[in-house]
Design a protein around this ligand. Structure first.
Ligand code: NAP
Length: 282
């Protein structure tokens, strides 16, 4: 078997066209363009790349963006002060604070300071709680993007056994809640999970978000499974690779995402969807 590739880059490009039309319609109807504020602290190279992709995508779809860039030594109170201002600013519909933040800043306190109705990353406890309580509003970008990928292929989610490897607040936990919301039976694995191969072998749908290149061996994949690799790791020579051994996994899976070009572009496009959603429901 050779798996079909789930092409996130292509799907995201298609979605960008439809979001652009929706934004245009929104503006034609007499509203101002949706506004996104992006905040970056420090000079983490990966974060710089992600932020510039987000700003570029805003330009592409007609969302107005502002970038707030600060040195790593920024005082937490100053950051909170900026978030207060953005919370009050009627032209700002969405606030995205790029994570991770430098060590001295408490990410949880900063995230909790964002007005939940502007929390386009969907990481405020209010929005995570809405997802857990089965009435999601703004949903975390990467898990929502994965759901869009799964909905774009011809597979049944209801009753499927989904295994999520990774349990972070950013990806794994909300991913498990999204799959549960789609009526999958869900197993969540983390660093203390016993016998990971045995868990992975059960998966009709496998989502991996750990950050360890090649952690998931191809031979663990259930034949015919759908494999979504969220992991992004730098291999020798700077090449971007996922958490799943792609070359062996593709011979067992029915569907698989590549890295790059799978989940990454979906995270960016989902941020655009969330920003438009926030503009429509102030
Ligand atoms: P994280 O906060 O470091 O969380 C990693 C998770 O993996 C934790 O829950 C950890 O378990 C678990 N884990 C660690 N070692 C494990 C092992 N040997 N077996 C099973 N589970 C293990 O990372 P994250 O922010 O969720 O990101 C995960 C990966 O996704 C990273 O490579 C990141 O770059 C990537 N990512 C990609 C996108 C995208 O758009 N493509 C977006 C976000 C993140 P514990 O909970 O027990 O510590």
């Amino acid at each position: 078997m050779s798996a079909k590739i789930i092409d996130g880059k292509r799907l995201a490009a298609h979605l960008a066209d439809s979001i652009k039309s929706e934004v245009l319609q929104w503006v034609t109807d007499g509203h101002r363009a949706p506004g996104l504020a992006v905040v970056i602290v420090g000079d983490d190279p990966a974060s710089q790349v992600y932020v510039s992709k987000k700003i570029k995508m805003c330009e592409q779809v007609g969302i107005s963006s502002s970038l707030h860039r600060f040195p790593a030594q920024l005082d937490q109170q100053e950051l909170i002060g900026l978030i207060d201002q953005l919370n009050q600013d009627p032209k700002i519909d969405g606030i995205l604070v790029q994570l991770p933040l430098p060590g001295a800043i408490n990410e949880e306190q900063v995230t909790e300071h964002i007005d939940p109705s502007k929390d386009v990353d969907g990481l405020h406890p209010y929005n995570l709680g809405r997802l857990a309580a089965q009435s999601p509003l703004l949903r975390p970008c990467t898990p929502r993007g994965v759901m869009t990928l799964l909905e774009s292929i011809d597979i049944a989610l209801v009753g499927a056994h989904a295994v999520v490897v990774g349990a972070s607040n950013l990806v794994g936990r909300p991913m498990a809640l999204e799959l549960l919301q789609a009526r999958c039976t869900v197993t969540i694995c983390h660093s203390r999970t016993q016998n990971l191969p045995q868990q992975v072998e059960q998966a009709d749908i496998l989502v991996v978000a750990v950050g360890k290149a090649g952690l998931i061996k191809g031979e663990w994949i259930k034949p015919g499974a759908v494999v979504i690799d969220v992991g992004t790791n730098r291999a020798d020579g700077g090449r971007l690779v996922g958490d799943v051994e792609f070359d062996t996994a593709r011979h067992r899976a029915a569907w698989i995402t590549p890295v790059p070009g799978g989940v990454g572009p979906m995270t960016v496009i989902t941020l655009m969807q969330n920003t438009l959603q926030a503009a429509r429901n102030p």
